[in-house]
Design a protein around this ligand. Structure first.
Ligand code: PRP
Ligand code: HPA
Length: 185
């Protein structure tokens, strides 16, 4: 069914801005410094988790100052909805990471099923160590595992449905230049 563009535009017009582009760029810079300090000698394989990780990865990677190999994977469980379901692999990693450090870049750690499944997949497939970085860690008590955390986090966010900076609302507004919460969600 075609999207109701009037609704999509209204969602943007009524959304609350949680983080501006400037705040996000400052957070990404901090994260990059931490990763530079800790992974510089690890020669990692870096995976951008599509689609949501695209903008964050694009802004983070040029600030990493050490040798790395870049690839992508695509696992999704929201599929243009605002609640998550079963994890579906659209593209598994193609580059070999056997006995290599892996860095997973994603936009958001929400319930964490996605990051946990990707990390487990990489460990079982022979990664030496799996590191994770997310731009946003949503604050609530519904994490897939109680101790589930990313190794590097840009910013926390309230327990609302958010979009922008790679994250979508019904497939739209990944291009929004900040992070916004949908009115009423
Ligand atoms: O922590 P979780 O509750 O598992 O949710 C986080 C995941 O959900 C989103 O992906 P989505 O399934 O929407 O796929 P997409 O990036 O292709 O939109 C987001 O990009 C994360 O990968
Ligand atoms: O709040 C969210 N917004 C967009 N995508 C998401 N994937 C998990 N949580 C979210």
């Amino acid at each position: 069914m075609p999207a109701d563009l009037a609704h999509i535009r209204q969602v943007m017009a009524e959304a609350d801005c949680l983080y501006t582009n400037e705040q996000l760029e400052a957070a990404i810079h901090q994260v990059a410094q931490s990763i530079n300090a800790e992974l510089a000698e690890r020669n990692p394989v870096v995976f951008c988790v599509m689609n949501g990780g695209l903008i964050f990865a694009g802004k983070l990677l040029p600030q990493l100052d050490f040798p790395l190999e870049l690839s992508y994977l695509h696992a999704t469980r929201y599929r243009n909805e605002t609640t998550g379901g079963e994890l579906f692999w659209k593209a598994k990693p193609e580059i070999s990471f056997m006995d290599r450090d892996v860095l997973i870049i994603d936009d958001i750690l929400d319930e964490g099923h996605t990051l946990a499944a990707i990390s487990d997949f990489c460990k079982h497939a022979g990664a030496r160590q799996v590191h994770t970085v997310v731009l946003i860690d949503k604050t609530h008590d519904r994490k897939a595992r109680p101790d589930l955390k990313a190794d590097y986090v840009g910013l926390p966010c309230v327990d609302r449905y958010i979009f922008g900076y790679g994250m979508d609302y019904k497939g739209y507004w990944r291009n929004a230049p900040g992070i916004y919460a949908v009115k009423g969600l």
